[in-house]
Design a protein around this ligand. Sequence first.
Ligand SMILES: NC(=O)c1ccc[n+]([C@@H]2O[C@H](COP(=O)([O-])OP(=O)(O)OC[C@H]3O[C@@H](n4cnc5c(N)ncnc54)[C@H](O)[C@@H]3O)[C@@H](O)[C@H]2O)c1
Ligand SMILES: [Zn+2]
Ligand SMILES: [Zn+2]
Length: 361
Amino acid sequence: MAKSPAEEHPKKAFGWAARDTSGVLSPFKFSRRETGENDVAFKVLYCGICHSDLHMLKNEWGNTIYPIVPGHEIAGEVTEVGSKVKNFKVGDRVGVGCMVGSCRSCDSCSNDLENYCPKMILTYSAKDSDGTITYGGYSDCMVADEHFIVRIPDSIPLHAGAPLLCAGITVYSPLRYYGLDKPGMQIGVVGLGGLGHVAVKFAKALGAKVTVISTSPNKKQEAIERLGADSFLVSRDQEQMQAAKGTLDGIIDTVSASHPLLPLLSLVKTHGKFVLVGAPEKPLEVPAFALIGGRKTLSGSCIGGMKETQEMIDFAAKHNITADVEVIPIADVNTAMERMIKQDVKYRFVIDIGNTMKAST
Ligand SMILES: NC(=O)c1ccc[n+]([C@@H]2O[C@H](COP(=O)([O-])OP(=O)(O)OC[C@H]3O[C@@H](n4cnc5c(N)ncnc54)[C@H](O)[C@@H]3O)[C@@H](O)[C@H]2O)c1
Ligand SMILES: [Zn+2]
Ligand SMILES: [Zn+2]
């Protein structure tokens, strides 16, 4: 008979898991593997709540394995390293993002794009190389091969740096890859949530003029005064949208639900690029004429490779970029999920794992 999650491995671990599509999280005992020769083990101190955690908790993408311990914006302090680990030592400030493994030999892996490896292993709710199920960062400890460990620079506080491990790299990578990183470019960011607000910060640091595109004017003042955006468009305001037609070199679309692409594509210049990073449960409608006229590119992007993730976080340190976070105790995690559904978060919930995740809670 298969062993229970609490008995599979030698190390006791404790987290919060959902058991079914209600997505409701509650305390969960499981186990983690012994620190292998190439592994880094760390005490989790903070974990961001990504909207992907919510999609996965409710099995909206159809691939969730229950029980699921979510969390892939994981930051903490190294407690043990394997004998062959070269780059980390006990006490180092580290993080793990969305993946904990890949084949390390395919074309993607050879080009530092482990995120596109067909055998990439997600940090949670995926089958690990030993056949067990991976569990994420809503838990007290973590272990992963050092290749998938990110060093968090000293100037970045762990609670505000944790969201960079998913939200940060997910927006940084397409800005770079699609050449939307040239000073003076006009960049649009659709959806001002966890991903969107860091997209504004990275695009600004790269020298762009940034326009936030949002369904309501609620976040206008903050977007401009606090996040540094240059302008703000309300997508429901026909007049504003008409006036901004054909003005943007590129758009990063972070919206988590289905939404019309036509008005957004019309904001892009001839030869402009529209990059989807948001991952709505239902397919989006693609209006062909909005792409044909103007030879526009509609594309996607999925997190980033390990080398680029380290580059992103070092860039963030240099430019003082962190996430704007609301730190919560683990006991409030289900309320936080409800609030995320209502779009009531500025701009990322981060769970204080170190102080509030206790086996007795
Ligand atoms: N491509 C990737 O690698 C990657 C990585 C991380 C997250 N994601 C996905 O990106 C999306 C955003 O993640 P997040 O953590 O920033 O979420 P979030 O909840 O913090 O932000 C989502 C934003 O979308 C807006 N929004 C929601 N429904 C909308 C609608 N119907 N019309 C217009 N705007 C709407 C919200 O107001 C909010 O600003 C999610 O789908 C997530 O799964 C993708
Ligand atoms: Zn994420
Ligand atoms: Zn590979």
